[in-house]
Design a protein around this ligand. Sequence first.
Ligand code: FAD
Length: 393
Amino acid sequence: MPWEQLSDDQLEIRDLVRTIARERIAPRAAEIDASHEFPWDVVELFREHGIFGLLFDERHGGTGTGTLLALVAIEEVSKVCATSGLILAVQELGSLAVKLAGSEEQQARFLPKLASGESLAAYALTEAGSGSDSAAMRTTARRGDDEYVLDGSKRFITNASVASVYTVFAKTDPEAGHPGISAFVVEADTPGFEVARLEPKMGISGSTTGELLFDDARIPAANLLGDEGEGFKIAMRVLDRSRPGVAAQGLGIAQGATDYALEYARTRETMGKPIAEHQLVAAKLADMETACEAARGLLYRFGRMVDEGASEAELTKASAMAKLYCTDTAMWVTTEAVQVLGGYGYIKEYPVERMMRDAKITQIYEGTNEIQRLVIAREMLKESRAFLLAGVG
Ligand SMILES: Cc1cc2nc3c(=O)[nH]c(=O)nc-3n(C[C@H](O)[C@H](O)[C@H](O)COP(=O)(O)OP(=O)(O)OC[C@H]3O[C@@H](n4cnc5c(N)ncnc54)[C@H](O)[C@@H]3O)c2cc1C
């Protein structure tokens, strides 16, 4: 038996997800990419097999199997289809604010439908003028009697038009920076809320990315998450836990591309032998595999940290490192995979072309990799290591 990082129970679930991904999703991946249509059939498949439940606790209708296994599921699906892997990652992203900051009543109202997949979720932080600098947001939430009135817009929101529950960040105090931001749940049928347009994109073509408009959109005061002014903290706590979902997507894409390039290199012959036996190609395969395994080490470590109760402060750096390394690996490895296939790598008949386009976004969303580097360095500067240098000449 090969040595495995996962327990027998975890392997059983991983293998179930792997089988579904290979047998049911892989044959659809090229079509999803070409059609640019959201794959509702994949959502249905996840619903039927209880895959959304992997992201939720038992008390909310989930499996309670933990973060590591949720990341493994995203990795397995992303190996064959990054758009489908993203459906799971964004279900987590869009649900996390309710999990982390929602009251019992809010959790009971929203989480069971998200755990079954009856509802899909979205997370709306970015605006046209505020991406990396989220405190510069302009969307406002004015308090009324029993309601908040939202005005403004959000840009680049994944699952726009397919989600029924949106976590939205808006300023309850427009003059303040971070402390002026609050978090809300906005339901898709809220009057005054609409999805204005969907963006055509380089990759993850089946995923919707849209602009949200709020024009006097009235939501119940009961949909405020946490207290007024806590929104920025909630947004960052969510990202600490959700970024590894993007890391898992990146790792899945990278491993999928490595596996494909390996099989291709085994059978494609030049100069009388399989290209895998040419040392320059063999070295590429070795470097691709090593990068994937190193990335997996960071990702699974994060999953174990959450499952074993690590403090939130510790998660920030571990999450940013996993996101940074897994997604830089995705971009680099998929570019190498295209190279291993030569001209065939560049044409759409072969999946590494799609994988390379899909990989790019993982370096950008949920905080660009420049921002991840800033976060990691900031956390490092909080650490005191002087004692490690004692006596070093
Ligand atoms: C397909 C897609 C899906 C997305 N899904 C979502 C979603 O579901 N929810 C959501 O809220 N957002 C989403 N986003 C938005 C995404 O998170 C932002 O695009 C991203 O955070 C970068 O913000 P920006 O595009 O405004 O770039 P900017 O912030 O304008 O950055 C431009 C460049 O400058 C760099 N930069 C900026 N500030 C610094 C700095 N201080 N130091 C060094 N470099 C810096 C950046 O790294 C980047 O290279 C999505 C975006 C895309 C394209």
